[in-house]
Design a protein around this ligand. Structure first.
Ligand SMILES: Nc1ncnc2c1ncn2[C@@H]1O[C@H](COP(=O)(O)OP(=O)(O)OP(=O)(O)O)[C@@H](O)[C@H]1O
Length: 484
C-alpha cells in the first residue's frame, strides 16, 4: 500500500479547518491544519506535506506573500490559494506567484476536492509568469465578487503568460472592453500599446484601410499614408470590438493576416510582419452567425481560442452594491458631491433588470449624484430616474442589443406555464398579458414626456382619447409634470 498524501491546510477560520479535515480525510488523505503562516512555513521548510491549501489573510501574515518563498524552497510543492477577497488582483497575484489554483470563498467542496486530485497528479510544467505591474489596483477597477465574475478573473489570471486569442462575449455594457484591457495589462505585452477598434462605429468600406492602413493615393481621399491599427498595435494588443459587424471581405483579409502573420496596406505591396495579440468582443452569437453564413467559421475558430463570457448584470445582482459603492467613490473623486444610497434605494437597484448592464448603472449613479441635492438618495429618487431612462428601453425594442422585449415576455410566460405543471393556468390570459405590457408602456411613456398626454399619445401612436381611457382603465397614476 502506498502512503497517503499529506495535505497542509492553513486558515485562521477554525470552521474551514474542520470542514477541510473531514472532507480530505474521508478521501484518504493525511491532513495537518494551522491557523497561521508561521507554522505553515515551518512545516514546508521541514520538508513536510505533499500539497498546501492556504488562505490569504491570516493574523500573522499573508498566504500570497508566502508563495514565492515556498516556490524557492520547494518548487515541486503545489499550493492551492483560497481567499474571500475575491478580486481580479488576488486571482492574478496567485497565478503569478505560482499557485496551482485559486479558489474564491465560499468555495464549492466538490470543486476543491477535484482541484486537490488534479494538483496531486498533474504534470509539473511551469509556464513563464509575468508579474503584476505596480499600481494596477486603481487602474483596472473590475468590480464584482459574484461567482460569475470569479470565473472571469480566473480566466484572466490563467492567460497572463500566453498570447492566445480571446473572444469576449456579452451584452452591451457588461465590461467587455474593461476585460480586454485587463488581459493586456496583465500580459507580457503590457509595455506595448493597447489599440481598440469598434467595427460597428466605422463605415464598412473603410474598415480594411482602418485596420491595415493605406498608402498615399490608394483611393480618392487618401492624401497621406495612414498607419492602420495593426501597425499602431505592433508589439501590443489589438482589440477588435463588435467583431460580428465586420464585413465578410474584411473577415477574409483578417483571416489571411492571422494565418500568415503578415499583411499589406491598402494600395501597398510590401508585406509587413505583424506582432499583435488579438482580443475580440461581440454582443452577438457568433457561432450562430457563422451557421447562417454571416461570419466566416474558420475565422470564428481562430478568434475564439479562449472564450470568455461576461454575464449580464441581472445574472449577478449581488455585485450591484459593490459597483454602486465604486461609482459613488469615483464620482466623488471626480469632484461631484459625495453621496450615499439608502438601503431601500439599493433594493430598488437590485430588483431592476438592467438592460444596459453596468454602463446603465454607472450612468444612473452619475445622474443621481449630479441631480439630487440631499446626501442620502432614496428609493423614490431612484425609481423616478429609472422611469426616466428611455435609452435602455429603446435598446431593447431595437431587438438587437440586450434581450429583446419579446424574449423577456417569452421567458416570463414560459416560467408562468412551467409553474402550473399539468394544470392549465387561469383563464383570460390574453388580456392579462396585454395589460402587463400596456401598463409599463404607458406609464413610462408618460414619465418620459413629463406627464404630457398629448406628446405621450403621439409617441405611442394612440388617439388621445384612447390614451385617456387606458390611463383610467389601467389605473395609472399621473405623477409628474402638468397634465395636458
Ligand atoms: N465589472 C465592472 N466594474 C467596474 N466598472 C465596470 C465593470 N463592467 C463595466 N464597467 C463600466 O461600465 C462601462 C461599460 O463597460 P465596457 O465599455 O467595457 O462594456 P462593453 O461590454 O465593452 O460595452 P459595448 O459592447 O457597448 O462596447 C464602462 O464605463 C466600464 O468602466
Amino acid at each position: 500500500m502506498t502512503t497517503p498524501a499529506t495535505i497542509l491546510v492553513a486558515d485562521d477560520d477554525s470552521a474551514i479547518r474542520t470542514v477541510l479535515t473531514q472532507a480530505l480525510s474521508r478521501k484518504g488523505y493525511e491532513v495537518r491544519t494551522t491557523g497561521n503562516t508561521a507554522t505553515l512555513w515551518r512545516w514546508v521548510s521541514d520538508g513536510d506535506g505533499d500539497l498546501v491549501i492556504t488562505d490569504v489573510a491570516m493574523p500573522d501574515g499573508n498566504g500570497l506573500d508566502l508563495l514565492p518563498q515556498i516556490r524557492k524552497r520547494r518548487d515541486d510543492l503545489r499550493v492551492i490559494v483560497m481567499s474571500a477577497q475575491n478580486t481580479l488582483l488576488t486571482a492574478v497575484k496567485a497565478a503569478e506567484r505560482g499557485a496551482f489554483e485559486y479558489l474564491p470563498k465560499p468555495f464549492d467542496l466538490p470543486e476543491l476536492l477535484d482541484v486537490v486530485d488534479r494538483a496531486l497528479t498533474a504534470d509539473l510544467t511551469r509556464s513563464e509568469k509575468t508579474g503584476v505591474p505596480a499600481g494596477t489596483d486603481d487602474k483596472l477597477p473590475l468590480i464584482g465578487r459574484s461567482q460569475a465574475m470569479q470565473t472571469v478573473y480566473r480566466a484572466i489570471a490563467r492567460l497572463t503568460a500566453t498570447d492566445l486569442s480571446v473572444l469576449i462575449s456579452g451584452e452591451s455594457g457588461t465590461g467587455k472592453e474593461l476585460v480586454a484591457r485587463a488581459l493586456h495589462e496583465f500580459s507580457k505585452r503590457r509595455s506595448g500599446p493597447f489599440v481598440a477598434i469598434n467595427m460597428a462605429a466605422i463605415p464598412r468600406d473603410l474598415i480594411e484601410s482602418e485596420l491595415f492602413g493605406h498608402e498615399k493615393g490608394a483611393f480618392t481621399g487618401a492624401a497621406t499614408r495612414y498607419a492602420g491599427r495593426f501597425e499602431q498595435a505592433q508589439g501590443g494588443t489589438l482589440f477588435l470590438d463588435e467583431i460580428g459587424d465586420m464585413p465578410i471581405e474584411a473577415q477574409t483579409r483578417l483571416l489571411r493576416v492571422l494565418q500568415e502573420g503578415e499583411y499589406t496596406t491598402v494600395g501597398g505591396r510590401t508585406p509587413i510582419r505583424t506582432d499583435v495579440r488579438i482580443i475580440s468582443a461581440t454582443h452577438r452569437d457568433l457561432r450562430q452567425q457563422a451557421a447562417q453564413g454571416l461570419f466566416r467559421e474558420d475565422l470564428y475558430y481562430r478568434l475564439n481560442v479562449v472564450p470568455i463570457r461576461l454575464p449580464p448584470l441581472r445574472e449577478r445582482r449581488e455585485d450591484i452594491p459593490d459597483l454602486v459603492g465604486h461609482f459613488l467613490t469615483s464620482m466623488a473623486r471626480e469632484g461631484l458631491e459625495s453621496k450615499s444610497l439608502t438601503p431601500a434605494a439599493m433594493a430598488v437597484l437590485q430588483r431592476y433588470s438592467w438592460p444596459g448592464n453596468v454602463r446603465e448603472l454607472e450612468n444612473l449613479i452619475r445622474r443621481l449624484t449630479a441631480l439630487y441635492a440631499q446626501d442620502a438618495i432614496d428609493a423614490a429618487d431612484v425609481e423616478a430616474e429609472l422611469a426616466d431612462a428611455p435609452v435602455a428601453a429603446a435598446h431593447n425594442l431595437d431587438g438587437d442589443r440586450a434581450e429583446s422585449l419579446s424574449e423577456t415576455v417569452e421567458r416570463q410566460l414560459r416560467r408562468y406555464f412551467d409553474s402550473h405543471g399539468d394544470a392549465l393556468p387561469a383563464q383570460g390570459l390574453y388580456d392579462r398579458v396585454l395589460r402587463e405590457v400596456e401598463r409599463p408602456l404607458i406609464s413610462l411613456t408618460l414619465a418620459a414626456t413629463n406627464g404630457n398626454q398629448v406628446k405621450a399619445a403621439d409617441l405611442l401612436g394612440l388617439n388621445r382619447n384612447t390614451l385617456r381611457k387606458k390611463i383610467r382603465e389601467l389605473d395609472i397614476p399621473v405623477v409628474r409634470g402638468i397634465n395636458s
